[in-house]
Design a protein around this ligand. Structure first.
Ligand code: FAD
Length: 287
């Protein structure tokens, strides 16, 4: 960006957008990752915004998970974090935190790369997978939702983190009496800021907006994800993207953190899951 002769408005708009895309300060984000997302949209910013932010599940993301569970017909155990994965000559065993042990012929590891090292693998995972889990992807920050009075219309704000605690926000749901805005921040205390603090920040952009309350989930400190969406750090893209999906013994790896194309998005998770399912089927059929 420094090499481009941008106006202050262009700097704020492009800089804010890239920081939302990587959920990190520019120095931590890989340039290749930013270009990957634009390339996937034919280098077209409008298509990118449509792709990344315009369309939502009518009944929320949980509806997708429920549909997948119905379609698969498999058992689901929640609140059962896996602590250990052992490989044996005849299969694998998986132990959960409450001591339950499950057996399988093969395993598919779907935990995010940032938490991979919180599971004990015997034998240990390859050094490069462990390195990726140590280095972690750059996606941090907070997605903060703002319940506001009335209908602000279709609004969007953008700023660089060097200039504002709010790197971006946009209308998420419009209602006559109350509406919802989704906002993004790289400030460590973003979820703890009071309504008054956020109101003062929004006053710079949308002085008529009246915030009623805010909410969000601390993805960065949640032990089951330890980050937000995946964007590799500078200098790691080729090595991690190639190594993370590789099968190790009886373990397959499927994750949005190393999906082809839309890595870091649900689409990437579905691509990786589909490819892995085909590979597992082939192996089970002796292929
Ligand atoms: C705030 C936020 C907003 C996002 N917005 C969008 C968006 O608008 N569009 C989009 O396409 N993508 C979005 N993403 C990214 C998208 O959610 C991910 O890319 C996608 O969910 C990755 O799917 P996954 O199955 O690989 O991993 P996940 O969905 O992270 O699933 C991994 C699962 O593993 C579980 N787990 C972790 N450790 C253990 C363990 N030890 N034992 C058992 N289970 C474990 C976790 O609880 C989790 O359920 C967003 C992400 C965040 C955090």
């Amino acid at each position: 960006m420094d090499s481009l002769a941008l106006t202050p408005l262009q700097k704020a708009a492009i800089g804010g957008f890239l920081e939302i895309l990587s959920m990190s300060a520019p120095a931590s984000a890989s340039y290749v990752e930013m270009m990957r997302c634009y390339a996937l949209c034919g280098w077209n910013t409008t298509v990118f915004k449509d792709t990344a932010a315009r369309y939502k599940f009518a009944k929320g993301t949980g509806a997708l998970v429920d549909a997948m569970v119905r379609d698969g017909g498999f058992d689901v155990m929640t609140n059962s974090p896996v602590t250990t994965v052992n490989q044996h000559a005849d299969g694998i065993t998986v132990q959960t935190a409450n001591g339950d042990i499950h057996h399988g012929r093969l395993g598919v590891i779907t935990v995010p790369m940032n938490v991979m090292n919180s599971v004990a693998f015997n034998p240990p995972l390859s050094p490069i997978k462990r390195e990726a889990a140590d280095v972690k992807h750059a996606g941090g920050g907070s997605k903060v939702f703002f319940v506001v009075k009335g209908d602000p219309g279709p609004v969007m704000t953008l700023a660089r983190s060097a200039d504002s605690a709010l790197i971006g926000s946009f209308t998420y749901h419009r209602g006559e009496h109350q509406s919802l805005l989704a906002g993004f921040s790289l400030e460590p205390d973003a979820l703890d800021k009071s309504v008054e603090e956020w109101q003062a920040i929004f006053n710079d952009y949308l002085p008529d907006l009246q915030i009623i309350r805010t909410f969000g989930h601390p993805w960065g400190t949640d032990p089951l994800c330890q980050g937000s969406w995946c964007n590799y750090r500078p200098g790691t893209v080729t090595r991690f993207a190639e190594a993370l999906p590789l099968t190790e013994g009886k373990l397959f790896f499927a994750s949005g953190d190393h999906g082809d194309g839309w890595r870091g998005f649900m689409e990437g998770a579905i691509a990786s899951g589909s490819q892995t399912a085909m590979a597992v089927l082939k192996t089970l059929n002796g292929g």
